[in-house]
Design a protein around this ligand. Sequence first.
Ligand code: ARG
Length: 465
Amino acid sequence: MTNINTDKLSSARFAQATDAFVEVFTASVDFDKRMAAQDIQGSIAHATMLCACGILTEAERDAIMGGLTHIGAEIANGTFVWSVKQEDVHMNIEARLTDMIGLAGKKLHTGRSRNDQVATDIRLYLRDEIAHITAELARLQAAILDLAEQHADTIMPGFTHLQVAQPITFGHHLMAWFEMLSRDRERLQDCCKRLNVMPLGAAALAGTSYPIDRHMTASLLGFSRPSANSLDSVSDRDFAIEFAAAGSLIMMHLSRFSEELVLWASAQFDFIDIPDAFCTGSSIMPQKKNPDVPELVRGKSGRVTGHLVSLLMLMKSQPLAYNKDNQEDKEPLFDTADTLINCLRAFADMVPHLVAKKANMYQSAKRGFATATDLADYLVRKGMAFRDAHEVVGLAVRLGLATNRDLSELSLAELQSFSDLIDADVFGFLTLEGSVASRQHIGGTAPETVKKAIAAARTQWQAAP
Ligand code: ARG
């Protein structure tokens, strides 16, 4: 018995001390201590339930609760001493509890295992993070709504293939971003439904022989119900994968948003000004003002998708039930949550200060013959087949290009030389204002329609969970 390492988990089983490198290699405390608050929350609920079921005495329960509360305070004020010898957050807290309160501390683990404990902690942790991410998402959406309201009738070119296509309003463009983020928010709520199910009671994999009350623990922890199968409870991390997938979509959307801001802030587009507080200079080129925030967010979208793929690969082919592989779920999850919160925060802070350069947006729509489709539609309404109208407009655009004028700047006689169906009323359709105002159906870019869309979105935003 002399070789027994008394620091080691289940030490009685082992005749050899753990290899020093293996001890560090297998430990997770350096990162999973982030879930300490959730671990304590779970343990308090577990002890409360054990006592209600007659498995712990009230004195034991009270000692455990007092000890855990004290440990929570030590962790919060930085005096708690973490040790890799105790491997993970769960064992560190339990060991300290036993140091403090003795025998009762050793009874806390009755009827549970670290396998259902960790599965519970991650769910509690992600639930908290999702609430935080949702709040930042909602803040960004509110900023977009306000900006869209200011620019419901600010005309800019709409693009396809990054070529000027048709005039739209900046408010309409902003509301496209709002819609993407609304779906992102829904996805997070949906992910929460499946995540908010309680694994405790599954113990190592097969459940426990103690007369526990899983409904009580679930309700104490705010879970919607106890999980239905003990093997599944301790092994699957599909909820974490769903979270990373929802996160990847958010970052994908932010990367598109970022890309447009970067383009628009360039001298070539010159559509917006990103305030100095969100940009940095160059160490060598004194004239530079770089759009660092959107560039960095665009870059960070890659790492979140990387985490999604890591988690999928981590889970792939794992036999039931718990495997140590699952310890690898934490770092990608933590980084996903941090990245989302930071990127959304930076955007929510920056968007209210974006300045639209209205005159530049307007000129750019004009230079790109953005109302060419409106002229074709006009001819169709006068009886011409669309393909023929397409040809006529092509000729008019050619003249505009050759003489450096927009369609609305050609004379009536010039326009009539391409088709005698054209009358003086054509100019009502060739202006950018006329073009956007005519798109009044649901989802269209007419300023009045955009204002209605913003009002409806505001109501939806207020009601969203
Ligand atoms: N640190 C472990 C994890 O993150 C806790 C569960 C360990 N369970 C076990 N039987 N080794 O998954």
